[in-house]
Write a protein that binds this ligand. Structure first.
Ligand code: NAD
Ligand code: IPM
Ligand code: MN
Length: 351
C-alpha cells in the first residue's frame, strides 16, 4: 500500500460540490492500485475569511508544505472582493511553492461538441507562467492634482521566463513538436520584447521544435479559425489565463477544463485545481460539471507517480462524455453532479 497525504481545499461555491465528487472518483481509482489517498480537509475559503478575517491561517503555507499535493476546488465569493480572496489563498500558494508552470490541457472529449462548426480535432496544451508577469503586487494608487492614478507593474525575470519556456519547449518535443508563444510586443514595449528574446534563446536549445510567436490578439482569433492547428501554446500569466478559458470553451465547456500548478523540481507540493471558478450563478444546485475537477485529479495521480490510475480516470471520463444522458447543463444535458460522479465511480468499479 502506498499512501499520499493530500490537502483538500474545497473553497467556495461549486468548489464545495465538485471537489467531494472528485474525491469519490479518485479514491475508487487509487484503490485499484493499492494506493491510499489520505485527505486532509481544510476549510479555507471566503466563509473562513468571514469568521477569521483571513483566507487561511498564518501557518497555512507551512501546513501545506507537509503534504504531497494540494487539491483545490475554487476560491471566490461575491461578498469578498476577488483580489482579497485570491491574493489571500490561491496566488500565495502558487508563489510560495514556486509552482511556476500552470499546465492547462484542453481537448475535444469523445461525444462532446465544440461550439465551433467543423472543429474536428482539438488537442492543445497551454503552458502558463504562474508566479510572476502581469500578476504582481507592485504598484499603488495615487491622488494627483489631475485625478486619481492606479499603477500596476508587471515583473518578468529572466529566470522566470526561461524556466517556463524550457518546460513548454520540452513538452512540445514530447507532443506534436509545435509551439506558439503568445506575445504582445507591438503594444507592450519592455516586458514583451524581453519575453520574445528569451523565447528565441530557449528555442535555439530546441532545434527540433517548430515554433513561432504570435501576438495574443491574433492568436485568440486563431483558436477560433484554426483550432486543429494548435499544439503547445506558451504565454505569460495573464495571456495564459485568458487563452485557457478560450480553449476550454472551444472544447465544449469550462466544466471540463483541468489545470495543474506544478513545481517541476518537486521540491514543493504541486496544486491541482480546475480552470473554472466558484460559479456563484449555479452554486448550491447540484448541477455543476465535476469533470474538470476529476481530470485535475487524474493529473494529480500522474504527478504522484500513478500513471495507470490516472489513465483509468481519463478513460472513465471519456466513457461518460460519450453518453449523452450523462451530460450536465453546461454541455446541454440534464444530468446532475451526482449522476456524473456515480457514473464515473461505476465505470471504475467495472473496469
Ligand atoms: P467561473 O469560472 O466561476 O464561471 C464562468 C461561467 O462558467 C459561469 O456561467 C459558470 O456557471 C460556468 N461554469 C464554471 N464552471 C462550471 C462547471 N464546473 N460546471 C458548469 N458550469 C460551470 O468564472 P467567474 O464567474 O468569472 O468567477 C466566479 C468566481 O470564481 C470569482 O470570485 C472568481 O474570482 C473566482 N475564480 C476562481 C478560480 C479559482 O479558484 N481557480 C478561477 C476562476 C475564477
Ligand atoms: C485561474 C483564475 C485565477 C487566475 C484568478 C481567480 C486569480 O482565473 O486560475 O484561471 O487568474 O490565475
Ligand atoms: Mn482564469
Amino acid at each position: 500500500m502506498i499512501g499520499h497525504r493530500i490537502a483538500a481545499i474545497p473553497g467556495d461555491g461549486i468548489g464545495r460540490e465538485v471537489l467531494p465528487a472528485a474525491q469519490r472518483v479518485l479514491d475508487a481509482a487509487a484503490s485499484r492500485y493499492d494506493v491510499r489517498l489520505s485527505w486532509e480537509e481544510l476549510p479555507w475559503s471566503c466563509a473562513w475569511y468571514a469568521e477569521h478575517g483571513a483566507m487561511m491561517p498564518a501557518d497555512g503555507i507551512d501546513r501545506l508544505r507537509e503534504t504531497d499535493a494540494i487539491f483545490v476546488g475554487a476560491i471566490g465569493h461575491p461578498r469578498v472582493p476577488d483580489h482579497v480572496s485570491l491574493w489571500g489563498l490561491l496566488i500565495p500558494i502558487r508563489r510560495a511553492f514556486d509552482q511556476y508552470v500552470n499546465l492547462r490541457p484542453a481537448r475535444l472529449l469523445p461525444g462532446l461538441a465544440s461550439p465551433l462548426r467543423d472543429c474536428g480535432r482539438f488537442d492543445v496544451a497551454i503552458v502558463r507562467e504562474n508566479t510572476e508577469g502581469e500578476y504582481s503586487d507592485v504598484g499603488g494608487r495615487f491622488a494627483t492634482p489631475a485625478g486619481d492614478v492606479a499603477v500596476q507593474e508587471s515583473i518578468f525575470t529572466r529566470r522566470g521566463c526561461e524556466r517556463v519556456l524550457r518546460y513548454a519547449f520540452a513538452l512540445a518535443r514530447s507532443r506534436g513538436g509545435r509551439l506558439i508563444s503568445a506575445t504582445k510586443s507591438n503594444g507592450i514595449m519592455h516586458t514583451m520584447p524581453f519575453w520574445d528574446e528569451v523565447t528565441a534563446e530557449v528555442a535555439a536549445e530546441h532545434p527540433d521544435v517548430e515554433w513561432r510567436r504570435m501576438h495574443v490578439d491574433a492568436l485568440a482569433a486563431r483558436f477560433i479559425t484554426d483550432p486543429e492547428d494548435l499544439d503547445v501554446v506558451v504565454g505569460s500569466n495573464l495571456f495564459g489565463d485568458i487563452l485557457s478559458d478560450l480553449a476550454a470553451a472551444v472544447s465544449g465547456s469550462l466544466g471540463v477544463a483541468p489545470s495543474a500548478n506544478l513545481d517541476p523540481t518537486r521540491e514543493n507540493p504541486s496544486m491541482f485545481e480546475p480552470v473554472h471558478g466558484s460559479a456563484p450563478d449555479i452554486a448550491g444546485r447540484g448541477v455543476a460539471n465535476p469533470i474538470a475537477q476529476v481530470w485535475c485529479g487524474a493529473m494529480m495521480l500522474e504527478h504522484l507517480g500513478h500513471p495507470e490510475a490516472a489513465a483509468d480516470v481519463l478513460a472513465a471520463i471519456e466513457t461518460v462524455t460519450a453518453d449523452p444522458v450523462l451530460r450536465t447543463r453546461d454541455l446541454g444535458g440534464k444530468a446532475t453532479t451526482k449522476d456524473v460522479t456515480s457514473a464515473l465511480v461505476d465505470v471504475l468499479a467495472k473496469a
